[in-house]
Design a binder for this molecule. Structure first.
Ligand SMILES: [Cu+2]
Length: 360
């Protein structure tokens, strides 16, 4: 405690030495707050400023487009989305109070992934704000890690297998595909013959799992899916551990995340699924068996309980923004593990939906 006090005083001495009478603003001169955007953080150069004009100098240091919104005390202002490597500025006159500073891209999905912080604005005539650093990413991650949420999901209703075929919304996805850089080529081939098609067959099966969202890296999952495919094969998947490795467009949220808007226009995960709201999304490794014979212990699994995307009857994809639909579609996607051969199934992957599912 004594050491910390010393640290604060040392900081204030430095701040006063550098800024003279700071933080009293010079008339007409705006404070500058540098803002660094990346996946998935908003880092401010300082946690507090004096009231008055404030210029945010915003840099996108990430690898996908981001934006910035400042909200509080009756103010709600945002910049246009900026591309990776680009910068922009936003000048606002701020009254004392607390402001939320976040990325609004993707119906707040980037915010939910962690691109959210706060700026404190203090009265210009009061004492100097301490030159405290912005809250560290570590401490925020630590706070998030304290919350544990559990969801139990059971598949129900019609079971369908989705076979490779053309993606029905290529025009809607085209502008978004541009932002996907190196991944674009692979995605464009999926537009022609991928797993988000209307090439659907009815099948049968069961799927139930429990997932725990424990914050940064301690999530877990346990569950079993059993289903038949079009060719009559019987598949069984046992999930017992999550995948946690993030790549820019494919954050895996420590394995499990609940209540997120993503896909489509959100710039999170593939744009080749309509924009949806998910009760739970998870990435896992699984043990996969075909007709009781082990295929792999490292199957790559993506599961979502999401707002409905497909039509009754023929199960064609029926919306581009499906985020307001009822959350009852349970998607199971299984791909071979890293370096493993494709599955003996159409397209080399398994994609099965339970159309009327429940989570609690
Ligand atoms: Cu963002």
């Amino acid at each position: 405690m004594y050491r910390e006090s010393n640290g604060v005083w040392a900081g204030m001495v430095v701040a006063v030495a550098l800024l003279g009478a700071a933080p009293q603003p010079h008339p007409g001169v705006a404070y500058t707050v540098n803002v660094k955007l990346s996946e998935w953080n908003v880092v401010l150069s300082q946690a507090s400023v004096a009231a008055g004009p404030v210029t945010f100098v915003i840099t996108n240091a990430g690898s996908i487009p981001h934006g910035l919104e400042v909200e509080g005390q009756g103010i709600e202002q945002e910049i246009e989305t900026i591309q990776p490597g680009a910068s922009d500025t936003l000048t606002l006159t701020l009254k004392p109070g607390s402001y939320e500073v976040y990325c609004p891209v993707g119906s707040d999905s980037h915010k939910k992934l962690g691109m959210d912080t706060h700026l404190k604005v203090v009265s210009a005539t009061s004492q100097a704000p301490p030159a405290a650093p912005a809250p560290s990413e570590m401490s925020e991650a630590h706070m998030k890690a304290e919350r544990v949420q559990t969801i139990r999901v059971r598949g129900g209703g019609p079971v369908i297998q989705i076979l490779p075929g053309p993606f029905p919304f290529p025009d809607s996805a085209a502008p978004i595909l541009k932002a996907f850089g190196d991944e674009r080529e692979g995605l464009e081939s999926q537009v022609k013959n991928g797993p988000y098609s209307n090439n659907v067959v009815r099948t049968s099966g069961s799927f139930a799992f429990t997932a725990w969202d424990k914050g940064a890296v301690r999530d877990s999952v346990a569950g079993v899916a059993e289903f038949a495919t079009q060719d009559g094969a019987r598949w069984k998947l046992v999930m017992d551990r999550v995948q946690t490795k993030d790549v820019p467009h494919h954050p895996r949220f420590g394995g499990v995340i609940m209540g997120l808007y993503y896909h489509g226009v959100t710039q999170v995960h593939t744009p080749l699924v309509p924009t949806i709201n998910s009760a739970v999304a998870l990435w896992a490794f699984g043990h996969l068996y075909k007709n009781d014979v082990l295929v792999t212990d490292n199957a790559m699994v993506h599961v979502m309980l999401l707002s409905r995307t497909r039509r009754d009857g023929d199960f064609a994809l029926s919306c581009w923004d499906c985020s307001k639909n009822k959350i009852e579609e349970l998607q199971l996607q299984i791909l071979p593990g890293p370096g493993e051969p494709k599955f003996d199934a159409p397209g080399g992957f398994l994609f099965v939906n339970w159309e009327q599912s429940q989570g609690r």
